[in-house]
Design a protein around this ligand. Structure first.
Ligand code: CMC
Length: 421
């Protein structure tokens, strides 16, 4: 490898530089292999823009997050999740009429085909909701053969509506299945967040009382998780879609990727960590483990690949967290552990030097717990919120006439050619 590097050091390569509307410039390396015989090497995509996109912008240094140019703080305060879905999918905020029509479309699709109910019986009762979602969302493609032509805009539109509408129904069904209660049908007089809470907590024997503060916090959690540019699961959806796979299959691949604890699984991992610590007195010992290089323990809900000063979603979520806990009058010893962890980590040189701040999942886990959502459902809620982001990226990609199948290359480190004996 070093010989190769020296040899190539002698070459001068001219690369085109492109500027986006905001953010760092990029160097175009598409012809590098043809011109030099070299690939670029960037495991983890530390310096690689995998595509161009006009959906979401992040400035990790300044803690900026924009959906279609609108700051997340403004959307969190003035908009709501379904309007944000429209914005992400279509690029502009809807007029009143457009919004009404969009809401009607979503409500038309909140139920799942009755036959899908029977899929659930194939899962163990204690199946993780994410395992169920990976399966049943992929299975949706088997119900809509008539509208899977990815080149047809009408097919793309109805698939978007189906996915956005059905994910809360499927997520709530996964929970009901876990606890052995009957599935609750969606109720279209409710808004998106209320309907999810209804399907989670009502039973045929009685309606769940939906507190406005809880529905508002739920909608905010959906909104703050709706998109986050080219993160691991979105990149997975794009890569899956680049082969021409149908959107239901692609979203199922995104759900699988999101499940990991370094990504969407972090909100569940935060709660498990708080339970493991158990009491504020145990924090110093836990912090020693986190800082020990020979120990793989990480402080879950802290750190982010892109945000190096603060996560703007975490700021909004923290405020909502305080409001929800107050409105519900929740007193939970684990919350004391969470607040103390936050305080220590913001002062401790280990975290300060590495720019490790609480991320969105630190606070969302606490809110979800206060609402009464079981820990195992946290990542499923992230998945249902992110479905619109995944779909918007998939749509942007397939609508690009220059779309190519994604096919990364590698630095091969295995055996050179050898003879079979
Ligand atoms: N606890 C302790 N140390 C950490 C943590 C953490 N949570 N995160 C990073 N570090 C340390 C890491 O050990 C390394 O130290 P050193 O330089 O001494 O080797 C340094 O900080 C840089 O870490 P990295 O792993 O190179 O950073 P990354 O950008 O690859 O990882 C991350 C980002 C989010 C995967 C990581 O911070 C992490 O594992 N956090 C905990 C999991 C988590 O909360 N994930 C949710 C992310 S937000 C929701 C989402 O987008 O899905």
């Amino acid at each position: 490898m070093s010989t190769m590097t020296q040899a190539k050091d002698q070459e001068t390569v001219t690369l085109n530089k492109y500027s986006g509307s905001m953010g760092p410039d990029v160097l175009d390396v598409t012809s590098l292999y043809k011109d030099t015989g070299c690939f670029t090497f960037d495991p983890g995509f530390m310096s690689t823009a995998s595509c161009s996109s006009s959906i979401t912008f992040i400035d990790g240094e300044k803690g900026v997050l924009l959906y279609r140019g609108y700051p997340i703080e403004q959307l969190a305060e003035k908009s709501n999740y379904l309007e944000v879905c429209y914005l992400l999918l279509n690029g502009e905020l809807p007029s009143k009429e457009e919004m009404k029509e969009f809401e009607t479309h979503i409500k038309e699709h909140t139920m799942v085909n009755d036959q899908l109910n029977r899929f659930f019986a194939g899962f163990r009762r204690d199946a993780h909701p994410m395992a169920i979602l990976v399966g049943v969302v992929g299975a949706l493609s088997s119900f809509y053969h008539d509208s899977l032509d990815t080149a047809n805009p009408k097919h793309r539109e109805i698939s978007a509506h189906r996915l956005i509408a059905k994910l809360p129904t499927l997520a709530a069904m996964a929970y009901k299945y876990n606890i052995g209660q009957p599935f609750m049908y969606p109720r279209n007089s409710y808004n998106y967040a209320e309907n999810f809470l209804h399907m989670m907590f009502s039973t045929p024997a009685g309606d769940y009382e939906i507190k406005p503060a809880v529905a508002k916090a739920m909608d905010l959690i959906f909104t703050l998780h709706a998109d986050h540019e080219q993160n691991a699961s979105t990149s997975t959806v794009r890569l899956a879609g680049s082969s021409g796979a149908n959107p239901f299959a692609c979203i199922a691949s995104g759900i699988a990727c999101l499940w990991g604890p370094a990504h969407g699984g972090a909100n569940e991992a935060v709660l498990k960590m708080l339970e493991e610590i158990g009491h504020v007195d145990n924090i110093p010992e836990y912090m020693e483990k986190v800082k020990d290089k020979d120990n793989a323990t990480r402080l879950m809900g802290f750190g982010h690949r892109v945000y190096k000063n603060f996560d703007p979603r975490a700021k909004i979520m923290k405020k909502s967290c305080d409001e929800v806990l107050k409105a519900l009058g929740v007193k939970d010893p684990l919350l004391d552990v969470a607040m103390e962890l936050e305080r220590i980590a913001l002062e401790d040189p280990y975290f300060v030097e590495r720019n490790l701040y609480p991320n969105v999942d630190f606070y969302s886990g606490i809110i979800l717990k206060a609402i009464g959502i079981p820990t195992s459902m946290f990542t499923a809620i992230f998945a249902l919120s992110r479905t619109v982001g995944w779909f918007s990226h998939w749509k942007e990609m397939v609508e690009d006439p220059k779309m190519k199948i994604g096919r990364p290359r590698q630095l091969y480190t295995g055996h050179p050619t050898r003879d079979y004996k």
